[in-house]
Ligand binder design. Structure first.
Ligand code: FAD
Length: 275
């Protein structure tokens, strides 16, 4: 007898118990199935792993035929990214590249080539795994997640379990033309860091940094107001990392290392963004 959830035998498609497959074509229909307990299936790149890890599924809502869930658009000063947009589509999208080139560049670097063409940003966020980068990128940008039931949630506050029965429809970023964004992932999986600065009307820059590790969900650190990010980079990085909680400590590195590496990476990112 196979004990799939116990991990004694690697699960495969042959070990899958039967489940009901729904093929909705509208957001409303898909949302009803998800609210009633069906598991959303987008690209499947993470869901397959969840099933191997023991997730029991009785009903699946395949999102591949749902109209209007994918794509990027800019309207009324807000950038909208559909949850069903794949990493490859998003990173290459002309509207995104024009409005927020730093995000397009960062998005183009996550995952492998195969996964980039199949995996969606909605799946990345809703999988709820700390090591996935979507929450760090969109949380640092101050993006809002919009669900089919009409609710919204700041990306930084997304928690996997609490959002299980909601269909994510899109990600909204207000005023992208005023945002400067940079992502540092050279130290991944030890540490990744995102930086977002917003240009205020009087020329001041406000913003925040986000830091995450392979195991730790992101911490978001406000930056002091800046006028000349290159000159103020070291002081601003020190002020930001003074606020990093002491219990933000990855077993692979520890809090002191994350503070030191985070400070150096943030100061470098501030200088680069100013240039
Ligand atoms: C080899 C490999 C390398 C990877 N490398 C990276 C990396 O470097 N960086 C990184 O960030 N990620 C990485 N990933 C993760 C990858 O980004 C995700 O697997 C992918 O984005 C998930 O998208 P999907 O469409 O396949 O989601 P699925 O597998 O279909 O779904 C994932 C989860 O999200 C839920 N879900 C999907 N869409 C919605 C929706 N619209 N509303 C509500 N719930 C939804 C599903 O029910 C499921 O729980 C990697 C994955 C693999 C397999």
């Amino acid at each position: 007898m196979m004990r799939v959830a116990g991990g004694l035998v690697a699960a495969s498609q042959y070990a899958l118990p039967p489940f009901v497959l729904h093929r909705p074509t509208t957001v409303e229909e898909a949302s009803r199935h998800v609210a009633a307990g069906a598991v959303a299936l987008a690209g499947g790149t993470d869901l397959v792993a969840q099933i191997r890890e023991g997730l029991a599924i009785r009903e699946v809502a395949d999102l591949s035929q749902v109209r209007g869930l994918a794509g990027v658009s800019l309207a009324g000063g807000t950038l909208r990214i559909g949850a069903g947009t794949t990493h490859a589509e998003g990173a290459a999208d002309p509207a995104l590249r024009a409005a927020l080139p730093g995000l397009a560049e960062a998005w183009g670097r996550i995952a492998t080539a195969r996964v980039r063409f199949t995996g969606t940003i909605g799946g990345n966020l809703m999988a709820g795994r700390p090591r996935y980068e979507g929450r760090l990128l969109f949380g640092t940008l101050g993006a809002l997640l919009r669900f089919a039931d009409g609710t919204t949630l700041p990306a930084e506050r997304l928690a996997g379990e609490a959002s299980r029965h909601r269909l994510l429809t899109d990600i909204l970023i207000a005023g992208p033309e005023r945002l400067l964004f940079r992502y540092e992932r050279a130290l991944r999986p030890m540490m990744t860091l995102a930086l977002c600065l917003r240009r205020e009307a009087d020329g001041r820059l406000s913003g925040r940094a986000g830091i995450a590790t392979e195991r730790l969900a992101p911490a978001f650190l406000p930056l002091p107001e800046l006028r000349a990010p290159a000159a103020e980079a070291e002081a601003a990085a020190a002020a930001a990392f003074a606020a990093l909680p002491r219990d933000f400590a990855d077993p692979m590195s520890g809090n002191a290392w994350l503070r030191a590496a985070g400070h150096a990476t943030l100061a470098r990112a501030l200088k680069a963004i100013a240039a």
